[in-house]
Design a protein around this ligand. Structure first.
Ligand code: UFG
Length: 347
């Protein structure tokens, strides 16, 4: 029996593949590499000393996907594949609806045809939108404020309808907060295309000298130091949450939603401080206007995942920063260039 991981070469996908292989699962990856690099999967194999099977296909291609299900005995699917840039989703919403929603629809149809009805879906805290009741729980009102968030919300609804129509399905919707950090080896990590949109990859590119200074988007929020507060979670903790969800869906049917966060919020200035300590580098910054669509504070109530899945994040922001920095130093150009570790002083 194997686990199919869509988008397995991506940031969270690759870390989840490591945990799956370490736990003895057989792993099959489907990835079109439009926003990821096959090198990440090679590194996953190096880290674990185990092999996975890869299909370089687009989920929108139903014929190719059918082949994956015919050739393998798949027990469950972890579905990461999708586009994730908020700004891009505003500029090209149709691309996002097609890539995220239609591909999930096709995946579900193929799964149903092959009688594979166990699914873990990669959702996002972005589905909560501009809620101001913190910490946010799974039963909060959902009002995503951008097309990316609306695709995640739509998929959640689609999956709930699917379960209502056929109670043999077992579906887990995981709402991620702000994943950062990297595997402790420093060999896999986040490799954004172009200039990063998110805080941590931006900070680490400033630290490594690729970018000159950070822009802080507003210091006049009603928070302790005026900068935005988020629930940063180590990507390895997040990956481990998927294994807990997998155990659950392969034992009972239903559709359940879980927040995967730490339950603690940190400000932009606190994250800069943590990263400066971890890296020994100064992060120069300028305070600029607020970024449109940003909320002041967002952090999770993670109790449901703790109670139902027996999962809890254990890595703090210092370890998150240290691991992110190790990855950045060892791979200043991400997966584009393989650096000899003897030249970086990082082993
Ligand atoms: N920030 C800056 N400067 C930057 C980037 C970010 O000051 O260059 C600030 C933001 O204003 C915010 C905080 O850092 O206060 C975190 O911003 P991120 O862009 O890292 O993360 P967001 O919380 O805005 O969004 C992220 C993902 C979404 C996802 C959401 C889930 O980008 O896709 O987390 O909560 F949906």
């Amino acid at each position: 029996m194997a686990i199919l991981v869509t988008g397995g070469a991506g940031y969270i996908g690759s870390h989840t593949c490591v945990e799956l292989l370490n736990d003895g699962y057989q792993v099959i990856v489907v990835d079109d590499f439009s926003n990821s690099n096959p090198e990440s999967l090679k590194r996953v194999e190096q880290i674990t000393g185990k092999q996975l099977k890869t299909y370089p296909i687009d989920l929108l291609n139903q014929i190719d996907l059918e082949k994956v299900f015919k050739e393998n005995k798949i027990e469950a699917v972890i579905h990461f594949a999708g586009l994730k840039s908020v700004g891009e989703s505003v500029a090209v919403p149709l691309k996002y609806y097609r890539n995220n929603v239609i591909s999930t629809l096709i995946l579900c149809e193929v799964m149903r045809k092959h009688r594979v009805k166990n699914l873990v879906f990669s959702s996002s805290a972005t589905v909560y939108g501009a809620t101001d009741k913190m910490p946010v729980s799974e039963d909060a009102f959902l009002k995503p404020v951008n097309p990316y968030g609306r695709t995640k919300h739509l998929i959640e609804e689609l999956l709930r309808d699917l379960y209502q129509s056929d109670k043999e399905w077992s579906i887990t919707l995981l709402r991620y907060f702000n994943p950062i950090g990297a595997h402790e080896s420093g060999n896999i990590g986040e490799d954004p295309n172009g200039i990063p949109n998110n805080l941590l990859p931006y900070i680490s590119q400033v630290a490594v000298g690729k970018l000159q200074r950070l822009n802080i988007f507003g210091d006049d929020y009603p928070t302790k130091d005026g900068t935005g507060i988020r629930d940063y979670i180590h990507v390895v903790d997040l990956a481990k949450g998927h294994l807990k969800a997998l155990e659950k869906i392969t034992s009972i049917t239903g559709v359940e939603t879980y927040n995967l966060g730490t339950g603690r919020g940190y400000s932009v200035l606190e994250m800069i401080d943590a990263f400066e300590n971890a890296s020994g580098k100064k992060i120069p910054y300028t305070v600029v206007d607020r970024r449109e669509g940003d909320s002041a504070i967002c952090y999770a109530n993670p109790n449901k995942a703790r109670e139902h899945l027996k999962w809890q994040a254990s890595r703090d922001i210092h370890l998150m920063s240290k691991d992110a920095w190790r990855w950045q130093q060892k791979n200043p150009k991400g997966y584009q260039e393989i650096v000899d570790p003897r030249q970086t002083g990082v082993y």
